[in-house]
Design a protein around this ligand. Structure first.
Ligand SMILES: [Ca+2]
Ligand SMILES: [Ca+2]
Length: 240
């Protein structure tokens, strides 16, 4: 019966979005035990299989991504949990001021969430390798962040760096991030129920001396143009 329900949902989305991108549906499992946000992505907490293993270049989805990313997403009655294993040979982070545009000169892990496609609002939560957060509420697709609405996600995050920070002379392995976002932060949004669907993209801005252009934008969503805010191309998280 459950299987039929998910197949039904799939066709609903296919119909709803036939003129839009090829959305992928990621099933998000509910957990009973709160995850310790300490930067250690343990199999006991997150399971062995990441939710997302494939990222696409945001400037050209046909080209292979240089820096790989694996993402885990879970939830409970209170929080949305996200973890990522982030390959990065040259870890860069200088910004320490919250909500500063200086963050975007660093390596950044970026989460875009649109709980309700019919609502104009969606949310962005960005974190660099030293845990500096930029979060914003957005209301237009291709919005310049300068017009973002003040929003505090209440995100709690922890990071483990495997390498040296801001040292281009050696080769780093990458960084791991764990974060939790209270559902109560989203205006008017209740904790999701089984079968609810949200739209989302996990993205990265990466700077590295090892990259051909010194920079790479990548996303879990197949973005048809280089714009992390084009939510028409976001994938779907299906709360199980
Ligand atoms: Ca942990
Ligand atoms: Ca980097």
């Amino acid at each position: 019966m459950e299987k039929i329900f998910y197949i039904f949902l799939f066709f609903i989305f296919l119909f709803e979005n036939s003129a839009m991108a090829q959305r992928e549906i990621f099933v998000i499992k509910k957990i009973n035990k709160e995850i310790t946000i300490d930067g250690n992505i343990t199999p006991e907490e997150w399971g062995t299989k990441p939710t997302i293993t494939r990222f696409y270049r945001a400037d050209n989805i046909e080209k292979p991504v240089n820096s790989k990313t694996s993402v885990w997403i879970l939830y409970d009655h209170q929080y949305l949990y996200v973890a990522a294993h982030i390959e990065d040979k040259d870890i860069i982070a200088n910004c320490t001021k919250k909500d500063s545009f200086g963050l975007f000169s660093d390596d950044v892990f970026e989460l875009f969430i649109k709980p309700n496609f019919k609502s104009k609002y969606f949310y962005e939560i960005d974190v660099n390798p030293v845990g500096t957060v930029f979060d914003a509420c957005l209301q237009f697709r291709h919005l310049y962040l300068h017009n973002a609405i003040e929003f505090s996600s209440g995100v709690v995050c922890a990071i483990k760096i495997y390498g040296t920070l801001n040292n281009m002379k050696d080769t780093d392995a990458g960084w791991d991030i764990e974060l939790k976002i209270p559902f109560s932060s989203f205006d008017g949004i209740c904790p999701p129920k089984k079968g609810d669907t949200w739209y989302f993209a996990v993205c990265r801005t990466e700077y590295s001396v090892f990259l051909p252009n010194g920079k790479e934008y990548s996303s879990s969503a197949r973005l048809r143009k280089l714009d992390f805010h084009s939510y028409d191309d976001y994938d779907i998280m299906l709360f199980k």
